[in-house]
Write a protein that binds this ligand. Sequence first.
Ligand code: SF4
Ligand code: SF4
Length: 370
Amino acid sequence: MKTTVFCGEELSLLGMGNMRLPTGEDKKIDFDRAAEIIDTLYKGGVNYYDTAYVYHEGESEVFLGKCMKRYPRDSFRLATKFHCLANHDFKAVFEEQLQRLDTDYIDFYLLHAIGDNTADEYLTGGALEYFREQKRLGRIRRLGFSFHASLDTLRRVVAANDWDFAQIQLNYLDWTLYKSKEQYEILTEAGIPVVVMEPVRGGRLAKLTDSTEAELRAAHPDWSIPSWAFRFIMGLDNVHMILSGMSTLEQAEDNLKTFTEGGPLSEEDRALLMDVADRFREQISVPCTGCRYCTENCPMEIDIPAMMELYNKFKLDGRFALRNMDKTEHNAAECIGCGACASICPQHIDIPSVMSELAAEYEKLPKRKD
Ligand code: SF4
Ligand code: SF4
């Protein structure tokens, strides 16, 4: 197992993210299957286990507490997080987390998913001060934050505390797409060690298109497709922990292989991967230019370019990206499939098919209560 020096300790470079554990038909964590993954990783040298108050609606922390109790407490590190929107009462949450995890201290504690709309609450609402105090008391060993917001907010958060580490979404697609590169650079300049989440983009980079996978396989037939994503990150010097939310034993075994035998990409392989990433994005997207020629002809007055943009987001981010589709007044759900738009589209996009796919995927989303 590759190791890393993270906050002064030698730890495994691979960490287990416990947000997508295997579940049974009742949607509860399947303890035996999940524990088998943990046991395989632990035996393979993984000693960093990340969870959060909200994962699996609280069950992830309970599971991890029970599962890790079978191992000496000083042989692994626990990371968990406080999310202010899940429960504003940071003191009560922290006490509950210690109970759930069945421990007296948390090794790595994070303010969870700081966003543009929550930064103030985290930084000046008492939570940061309280967790700093818990660190002074030894109940938290290292204090950091995870982040999903603008670069301006990141700069503000960085300046607000002497952070031990920060966790960001980083993978070869988001490197340019969602400004992961800039986030990484801001943290590196500030001397804050980086923990990476979503290295395989929630599984999206584990399965590419046939032709882009073929390109990667031709270069290295013995590398798995997800291993390219991990190797890309291994080349970044300020990444000190790479979390993977493993759901199956096969993923755990493949990751152990990557982090035992694998290493950073060569310049040539990195260039190939970035090229492949561009082609992958093109292949799964519709090439809408936003010219709006199509909208004139639509009898349902659907905002077709907006729907094309949403479709591209859905192909990258999954169905959840469609949760606000109904906020667009005339959307894909109203399409009657007349085809008047497709005949005029200079990009030859099969608009009715895109609309039909969007409407079907939207229907599969859990319905909001409001
Ligand atoms: S196929 Fe759908 S989107 Fe296209 S013009 Fe007809 S109703 Fe509008
Ligand atoms: S005509 Fe085609 S390219 Fe132009 S906005 Fe409509 S869908 Fe997009």
